[in-house]
Design a protein around this ligand. Sequence first.
Ligand code: TA6
Length: 287
Amino acid sequence: MAGAKISFRAGQGGLPLVRVETATSLAEIYLQGAHITHFQRHGDKPILFLSRQAMFAPGQPIRGGVPVILPWFGNRDGQPAHGFARTIPWELLDVGFSDGDSARLRFRFPESAIPQGWAKFVAEFEVIVGMELEMNLKVTNVDDSMAFPLESCLHTYFGVSDISQIEVNGLQGVNYLDALDGFSNKTEQCASIKFTGEVDRVYQNSPHTVEIVDRQWNRSIEVSKQDSLSTVVWNPWIEKSKRLTDYGDDEYLRMVCVESGNVKQNQVVLAPGKSAEFGVAIDCFEL
Ligand code: TA6
């Protein structure tokens, strides 16, 4: 069996990317934000969504794929939304190949890029590309005195046939904060979440696997997690899509975000010397 191949090239906007090709799949990862923008099994439709209007420029978040959200989730006055890690180039530490057919890449956030006033931390992001896409984000507080509140999340955009035809399963009975209603606390009533308008929900204490069932594309995407308690489900729908400059007005039809990590009430206060990590595995099955 041919082994995996890794190549380096200038991607969109001239930003450097790593291209990973295995016998079964293809992935592309931009160094900026250690941002996975593409994951596709040969012969299948891409599993990740990337906006056709995504901007590829230094310091600009890329709309789609897997933005790495760190060290905070959401908006903060005068600061970049979803933290500063996703718009800064990470270092590629090393690449490994399994005896099967997968490639493992490890990225590290450059400590020199941590803004003044922030505790010093080491963030390492491991990506395994094979039949599945596996990701693990580990953050260690290497500051000798300052603890800090850590929110971290893999803000994954999944490609779907038609948002109005898919279901997201696995969150029934879970409490969530409704971002469209002042982050009020609610409980998911549906075994299968369907989309008829904008949805922006931060599910808390949700360690279980979530499924995206897409009958038109005859597939079910399975998002399984390890030590990830938060699940964010988002679709901007029509009006918000129009407000997003790096996103086509009709692209809400073709994507859903099912994000995994530890945010809001699931955030952790990371004491000096302590680490926090979580993992996500994305698999896909024919229906
Ligand atoms: O997915 C949850 C969310 O916080 C939404 O409210 C929306 O803002 C989305 O993230 C996109 O955020 P971004 O900063 O990437 O435009």
